[in-house]
Design a binder for this molecule. Structure first.
Ligand code: PFF
Length: 452
């Protein structure tokens, strides 16, 4: 039997898991990355593959990840170790937890730099600096931000501080309290923006771009990107969802909660697309603009619309909130592990891991300026970390978790955690975790390295 509670406590309110896991899932991935990679990969066809990956692989793996967490009730490292021991499996399963902690570190180090851009843009928006400025000037301002290591460092440091402050306060006074405030605000702000784009943007063109299916635009690389992004956006494969599962009370339904998280995450990504593309098309901008889509293209549009500074402020505050509720989940696995393993207080664990992550973030900071020429396989330090974590570590971590749940754990242990599942539903989930998810993840990998 799983323990009833963890040393870190359990969520004291009923909806915390959904809010916290949605907070983790909804982030820069939905608002910044999804629209621009959909734009770069041709729109509708990419979106369809992405939705398929969420439903067919993402949701079942998320259920598996949460149930592992709730059975182990510790950080992902110790959860995997103790579960492997109880079922007499190899202790090397601990590597799944270790790679998760590392992936969280890698992701947070660059995530915080990008979230820092959003912080900088809140200030720009409030001060009205997009109003009546030419498209060229806005582009130059973004370039100037990227080319200033000290400015990037300032915002990166502030964002890491915000993240560590929440983490240090513990799971109920810190994480739970924060998501109860941020998530409703985030949804409200999103609705305001959606209302704006529906009434003032070229909504039809935006929607057509997102939903018109043109298979000729799908490359092997696009499949890998769609799958990697499904893992990234649902925060899967690195233990963030596992550790949130570890704090979930024993009587809550994993199935229902996970479906709610998957639904809300997808809704926000599509809504972000439906906010951004109508504005892009109404202003004859380029949907394939890449990472600058949200930071260059949108401000150009904000600068031309009535009350643009207000909408720009709303929008970038929304992005910061979304990033903040995700960043805390990126650090929590490491902090939980330091508390368990080293007996550190949460404050020391948060500070120690926060400083380490901040240091690694310096690599991303300089990859946009002084070190932009330092590349490996044509990728800068930032690109490499993103590729390695999102497209390799998360899918492989998720794959390993699926294998552990479906092949290693006795079925009865899984059934105990999913008591509201009918036998048919349970069999379906195990089938997906056993065969479908591994086959799809491996096929996409094989295709991307040219074997298939
Ligand atoms: N899901 C987050 C996003 O879409 O921005 C990013 C993320 C958070 C990835 C936590 C992984 C994770 F463990």
């Amino acid at each position: 039997m799983g323990q009833a509670s963890s040393v870190h406590g359990v969520w004291s309110k009923r909806w915390t898991f959904v809010l916290a896991a949605t907070g983790s899932a909804v982030g820069l991935g939905n608002i910044w990355k999804f629209p621009y990679i959909a734009g770069e990969n041709g729109g509708g066809a990419f979106v369809l593959v992405y939705l398929f990956c969420i439903a067919a692989i993402g949701i079942p793996i998320m259920m598996g990840e949460v149930l592992l967490g709730r059975m182990g009730r510790q950080s992902p490292v110790n959860t995997m170790l103790s579960l492997a021991k109880t079922v007499n499996a190899s202790c090397s399963w601990v590597l799944v937890g270790v790679s998760g902690v590392l992936a969280g570190f890698f992701i947070l180090s660059f995530y915080s730099v990008i979230a820092g851009w959003a912080l900088a843009y809140v200030v720009k928006a409030v001060s009205g600096s997009f109003v009546d400025v030419s498209a060229q000037q806005i582009g130059q301002e973004f370039d100037a931000l990227l080319h200033s290591p000290s400015t990037l460092l300032f915002w990166h440091s502030l964002f890491m501080l915000m993240t560590c402050t929440v983490i240090a306060k513990g799971i109920n006074r810190g994480l739970q309290a924060t998501v109860y405030i941020l998530m409703p605000l985030l949804f409200a702000l999103m609705l305001v923006m959606l209302g704006y784009s529906m009434t003032s943007g070229n909504f039809e063109a935006g929607a057509a771009f997102l939903f018109n299916f043109d298979p000729s635009k799908l490359s092997g690389e696009a499949l890998l990107v769609a799958m990697g992004h499904a893992f990234f956006t649902l925060s899967l494969g690195m233990g963030a969802i596992m550790v949130y599962g570890a704090y979930m009370p024993a009587n809550e339904s994993i199935g229902k909660m996970v479906v709610a998280v998957g639904f809300l995450d997808t809704a926000v990504a599509l809504a972000a697309g439906l906010v951004i593309f109508p504005i892009v098309f109404a202003n004859q901008l380029d949907p394939g603009a890449g990472p600058g889509l949200m930071f260059v293209t949108l401000p150009i549009a904000f600068g031309q619309m009535p009350a643009g500074s207000v909408f720009a402020t709303v929008f970038f505050v929304l992005v910061v909130f979304a990033a903040w509720s995700s960043s805390i989940s990126l650090l929590e696995p490491a902090v939980a592990w330091l508390v368990e393993h080293r007996g550190l207080s949460r404050l020391s664990a948060a500070m120690f891991s926060g400083v380490a992550c901040w240091l690694l973030g310096l690599g991303t900071v300089i990859s946009f300026n002084v070190a932009s020429e330092w590349t490996l396989w044509d990728k800068t330090f930032f690109d490499l970390l993103d590729f390695l974590a999102s497209n390799v570590m998360l899918p492989l971590g998720g794959l390993a978790m699926a294998v552990f749940v479906a092949w290693i754990l006795p079925l009865d242990r899984v059934r105990e955690q999913l008591q509201d599942f009918s036998e048919g539903l349970l069999a379906l989930m195990i089938f997906i975790l056993k065969y479908v998810a591994p086959a799809l993840v491996l096929a996409v990998f094989a295709r991307s390295i040219g074997v298939l």
